[in-house]
Design a protein around this ligand. Structure first.
Ligand SMILES: [Zn+2]
Length: 343
């Protein structure tokens, strides 16, 4: 309860000195979304792209962690068009990928049918383009043209996919990037914000920290870094009480000067006179290609690479590479969660 009260204070910024500091910082942190670095494909092995016949189980292979930002009318930097988003879902499905959650990856409990490959969807920045509500006859409906609407529609038509994926949230950034909407931006009402976060969790999606307002963690003091991360996690807890936040997506892929603070830290709230702690088991980069399998001894959840999807990139390029033997060869399930199939 105390936590919820704390967040309410954040949401009504404006009167105390602390609040005005927060406002200034929010003003400075104009949201540009994550900086993306080109993924470098491993050199070498040239083999036929598409093997014929059933895929050979290989549970030490790679798993793509795909990363979307805004899903809007046209492709651009940090943007994919709605048509392209749908096409990417279709392509992943057609090529034998099945969504899993971060917790299944970390706990090594992915239950994927034989011959299929897990994929982890990540959505950064909590924009209304990802999750919009519309009012229809007095009830709230997920906008079918927002990413969540399109994904849920796709799942409805493909029973082998479940509502899984990770939303890396900003509770208090600018331009509506505050739990998917704020202050009427994109037609969204401030009071819908918690409802959206709760809806995602209730559907089976998972929630991840992306800081309070997309702070560049490399340029702040240890104290501010911890405040950003503790309050990011606290905001999620305020929406879904007791929620265990296990992941952090670094804004722009920038580490704090003291890297350990990305994983553990605390922030003392002077108003409530209590300390708020956070713990992230997984930290996401913004690029780097498909991730290692959790069964690979070199799997490192503390620095997980991702496959960014935006204007100028194609999903097919990465998936083609994963269909070849070599360092990026895809994870292929043997259908038995109790065994780890090695080629
Ligand atoms: Zn971001």
């Amino acid at each position: 309860m105390a936590r919820r009260q704390l967040l309410i204070r954040d949401r009504t910024v404006g009167t105390t000195p602390r609040r005005s500091i927060l406002l200034q910082r929010v003003g400075a942190a104009v949201l540009v979304a994550c900086a993306l670095l080109p993924a470098t494909a491993p050199s070498a092995t040239t083999q036929p792209a598409t093997p014929t016949g059933p895929r050979v189980p290989n549970e030490l292979g790679r798993i793509p962690i795909v990363e979307w930002h805004q899903v809007v009318a046209a492709d651009g930097t940090y943007k994919v068009s709605r048509e392209r988003f749908r096409a990417e879902l279709r392509e992943l499905h057609a090529r034998g990928y099945v969504p899993v959650n971060l917790s299944e990856l970390l706990d090594k409990t992915m239950d994927v049918p034989a011959g299929k490959t897990p994929v982890l969807f990540t959505f950064d920045d909590a924009s209304p383009s990802q999750f919009r509500y519309i009012e229809r006859n007095g009830t709230l409906v997920v906008d079918p043209t927002s990413a969540v609407g399109m994904l849920l529609d796709f799942i409805k038509g493909h029973s082998d996919w479940k509502a899984k994926g990770l939303f890396c949230l900003l509770p208090a950034a600018e331009a509506g990037h505050a739990f998917f909407g704020d202050k009427g931006i994109d037609g969204q009402k401030t009071e819908w914000r918690f409802k959206k976060v709760q809806f995602l969790a209730s559907q089976g999606f998972e929630l991840c920290n992306h800081t309070l307002w997309h702070a560049k963690l490399n340029k702040y003091s240890d104290a501010v870094v911890q405040e950003q991360l503790a309050r990011g996690a606290m905001a999620i807890d305020s929406a879904v009480p007791g929620y265990r936040v296990r992941g952090l997506a670094l804004p722009y892929g920038l580490w704090p000067k003291n890297r350990a603070l990305a994983f553990n830290g605390s922030w003392y709230d002077t108003q409530s006179k209590r300390s708020v702690r956070y713990h992230h088991e997984a930290v996401f980069q913004v690029s780097g290609g498909p991730a290692r399998s959790p069964f690979d001894p070199a799997f490192n959840p503390k620095s997980l690479p991702r496959v960014p999807l935006q204007g100028g990139t194609t999903l097919s390029t990465t998936l083609d590479q994963m269909d070849k033997p070599g360092a990026w060869a895809r994870y292929v399930s043997d259908g038995n969660p109790k065994t780890v199939a090695q080629p």
